[in-house]
Design a protein around this ligand. Structure first.
Ligand SMILES: Nc1nc2c(c(=O)[nH]1)N[C@H]1C(S)=C(S)[C@@H](COP(=O)(O)OP(=O)(O)OC[C@H]3O[C@@H](n4cnc5c(=O)[nH]c(N)nc54)[C@H](O)[C@@H]3O)O[C@H]1N2
Ligand SMILES: Nc1nc2c(c(=O)[nH]1)N[C@H]1C(S)=C(S)[C@@H](COP(=O)(O)OP(=O)(O)OC[C@H]3O[C@@H](n4cnc5c(=O)[nH]c(N)nc54)[C@H](O)[C@@H]3O)O[C@H]1N2
Ligand code: SF4
Ligand SMILES: [Mo]
Length: 669
């Protein structure tokens, strides 16, 4: 008999959609949107729908495997867990607990996913990853400026006169914001899109502006110059609620608009137009993550924040510098779940430089790696080095649902559950403030076990089993403990399926910021405390003709690797037809310069590596721009990250994936 249940999308995404899931005879039949979800309102994307395939596919890993003489053999859970635990005991004794690295990303947005840290903390503390390949530069930037990272309530954009989508691929990556943009347009808001690629969001905009990749901070600087010249700066905000404006003011005077125009490749009219937009309050700015994946990424986001601030668009309905929304995750008692006090030793690598960390670590060296919720062989920059590093240790354990490129290199591959096979609560600290309940709907196939079951079994073998003697419900209640005073409980989640977490709808409306000074900081104390000068700067991408003329002569094109339409990173490529072809999108000028036609076979390369694929000429894109969507598997021609740099961004905590120059040639027609 077919039954329908509510659940949640667990994928790493802005939207955290509510699901309606049909189950028949113990199997997931289909996935649709939950029409009662206040934000996602019954609409979901194909990535969510295809979680049915990710759950039912015959390619699922269904039993533990161990590599013996280069080939995987099936082993029992008993054997796999005993051997992994024995190795952990041996390493703890010989080298200390930080000889183990836990490499992960955020592939599952469940609350109980955080229990991986409880396991490693109780073990004694391992080498952990800090920063974020995804959004690290911007998160740190907004912490410097505001003290925290908050977005306005999704419906607050109906209070805006203007909406600026700055480097966010909304139609593709944030579909419910896209719906709201269409609604806001109907209600009279004017929509502007700034992006080097003329994408589906640009198509519905009133105004679209292209820009040289990596130059958005300068664009913001130029707009501020025009606002200043026209005496349109909000001096009330500046003098009452901010510190450090004099440093920004000096910076504004130190550069000419001509220089900015030359570097951004943006016209004078555009600066004047955008200055008029920002002066015509309220303006809400939606900042994307693409443009902070550059060496100057933190400074770029800080200059855009500064523009929003000096134009008086902070703390007002319909305004805001919307980037992430960390207030969502801050609702939960993560410490109760992760027990940080149990950690006795600690070592940190940044996510970007995990490979270099592994290869150079001494005292102790890295001897063992656990990979969970991530696929570093495809997703981490400079994947050639990643492979070298991850295969250099004594034991690599990968917990996943599929035999990914990373899993293929493992010594032990342990199969884990999908969203519908365990109970959890899901949330994204990116956009809206609802968390969704996801009940267990079906049994996992074969011998598949949840990540939590694996941690529990290993904990027993390592002598701290008591820390895992709780049910999933107990753990969820632990995570919800701070929400009791708001009458948010496990029971409410079970009954209501999605619960709005306490949140500020118009952040900073009291003008009390979470920075050391309590004010908006144009020059950041936190930055200074961390050893930077804390000032806003005129800074450019590292791999550009302005910073490296020789490199730009050899590799004249900017290489973007934006997020794919029909896959969440690498997760859907092997399950969706038509994704097994590597498409190299090029701007029309490159096609002309290199004599490349549609569907020609081409090679893209730089000093770090090369990839091959079929050319597709973009209708409209900034000159000298190439894009290959990220996430494509090795067997289909990936990883795109053989080309990308593993450098950290200016504030140390973000990636520089798109700060990447390449060359291209036609191989055959
Ligand atoms: N379909 C789909 N949706 C997703 C995901 C997915 O894999 N697939 N992943 C999810 C995750 S984890 C994330 S982090 C978000 C990311 O969401 P977004 O920020 O929307 O997407 P990205 O692909 O990271 O960023 C790419 C956008 O930035 C633009 N861009 C690149 N460089 C520059 C620049 O220098 N200046 C400007 N102005 N624009 C620039 C690109 O052209 C593109 O439009 O998406 C989430 N949603
Ligand atoms: N070149 C380039 N590289 C990029 C980006 C880019 O724009 N360009 N984007 C970056 C961004 S924004 C992000 S967020 C990262 C994403 O990087 P990753 O998170 O590494 O990417 P995914 O392909 O989603 O891989 C997640 C893996 O976790 C597995 N998984 C899913 N659920 C679970 C679970 O519950 N438990 C366990 N143990 N495993 C699970 C999936 O099967 C999958 O193999 O990629 C980054 N890499
Ligand atoms: S991937 Fe994002 S948009 Fe698609 S269903 Fe999941 S949460 Fe919704
Ligand atoms: Mo991400």
């Amino acid at each position: 008999m077919e039954q329908t249940f509510n659940s949640s999308c667990p994928l790493n995404c802005w939207d955290c959609c509510g699901f309606e899931v049909k189950v028949e005879d113990g199997k997931i039949k289909s996935i649709d949107g939950d029409r009662n979800h206040p934000i996602t309102q019954g609409k979901i994307c194909s990535r969510g729908r295809n979680l049915e395939l990710r759950t039912n596919s015959p390619e699922r890993l269904v039993y533990p495997q161990k590599k013996v003489n280069g080939a995987f053999v099936r082993v029992s859970w008993e054997q796999a867990l005993d051997e992994i635990a024995d190795k952990m005991k041996e390493l703890k004794e010989k080298y200390g607990t930080t000889s183990i690295l836990h490499s992960h990303d955020y592939a599952n947005s469940g609350l109980l996913v955080n229990l991986d840290q409880r396991f490693f903390n109780c073990y004694g503390g391992v080498t952990e990853l800090v920063g974020s390949i995804c959004w690290g530069s911007g998160i740190e930037a907004q912490k410097w400026d505001f003290g925290d990272v908050y977005s306005h309530h999704p419906d607050d954009l109906f209070n805006s006169k203007h909406i600026v989508i700055w480097g966010r691929n909304v139609a593709r990556t944030n579909m419910h914001l896209f719906q709201k943009l269409q609604e806001a347009k109907k209600r009279g808001a004017k929509l502007t899109v700034i992006d080097p690629i003329y994408n589906a969001t640009a198509k519905i905009a009133h105004h679209y502006f292209t820009i040289k990749p990596g130059m958005d901070g300068l664009l913001a600087l130029g707009i501020m110059k025009v606002l200043k010249k026209e005496d349109k700066l909000d001096y009330h905000f500046i003098s009452n609620y901010s510190v450090g404006f004099e440093d920004l003011d000096k910076l504004l005077d130190s550069v000419t608009l001509e220089e900015i125009m030359e570097k951004t490749e943006v016209s004078h009219e555009t600066f004047s137009f955008l200055a008029r937009v920002y002066a015509d309050k309220p303006v809400s700015t939606f900042i994307g993550l693409g443009m902070q994946r550059y060496d100057n990424g933190g400074n770029t986001i800080r200059l855009i924040d500064a523009l929003v601030a000096v134009s008086g668009n902070i703390g007002i309905p319909g305004g805001g510098a919307n980037y992430g929304n960390l207030q969502v995750g801050q609702s939960f008692d993560i410490e109760a779940l992760t027990l940080p006090e149990r950690k006795q030793a600690s070592r940190k690598f940044t996510m970007m430089k995990q490979a270099e960390g592994i290869l150079t670590a001494q005292d102790p060296p890295v001897k063992m790696i656990f990979v969970t919720c991530g696929n570093p062989f495809l997703q981490v920059p400079d994947t050639t080095l990643v492979e070298k590093a991850f295969t250099s240790t004594e034991m690599l354990v990968v917990i996943d649902q599929y035999m990914t490129d990373t899993a293929l290199a493992a010594d032990y591959v342990l199969p884990t559950t999908t969203v519908f096979e365990t109970e959890d609560i899901y949330y994204a600290s990116m956009y809206h403030t609802y968390a969704n309940y996801g009940p267990k709907l079906v049994d996992p196939p074969g011998e598949v076990k949840s990540d939590l079951w694996i941690w529990t079994e290993l904990a027993k073998r390592l002598g701290f089993g008591e820390e895992f003697q709780y049910s999933r419900k107990d753990f969820i209640e632990m995570g919800l403990s701070k929400l009791k005073k708001h009458e948010i409980s496990y029971e409410r989640f079970v009954q209501e399926r999605h619960v709005e977490l306490p949140s500020v709808k118009v952040p900073w409306s009291d003008y009390s910021f979470k920075t050391p000074s309590g004010k908006y900081e144009f020059t950041s104390q936190l930055g200074i405390q961390k050893g930077f000068d804390g000032k806003l700067a005129f800074s450019l991408p590292r791999e550009s003709k302005w910073n490296n003329q020789k490199l730009a002569e050899k590799y004249p094109y900017t290489f973007l690797t934006i997020h794919p339409m029909r896959s969440n990173h690498s997760q859907h490529y092997h399950l969706v037809k038509g994704m097994e072809k590597l498409k190299v999108e090029i701007s029309p000028d490159i096609a002309e310069e290199k004599g490349i036609r549609e569907s020609d076979y081409v090679r893209v390369w730089n000093d770090r590596g090369e990839i091959k694929g079929w050319a597709s000429i973009m209708k409209k894109a900034h000159p000298k721009t190439i894009n290959v969507d990220e996430g494509i598997w090795k067997k289909y021609g990936g990883s795109v990250n053989v080309l990308t740099p593993a450098r950290e961004s200016d504030n140390g905590l973000g990636s520089t994936l798109y700060d990447c120059l390449v060359n291209i040639e036609k191989l055959s027609g």
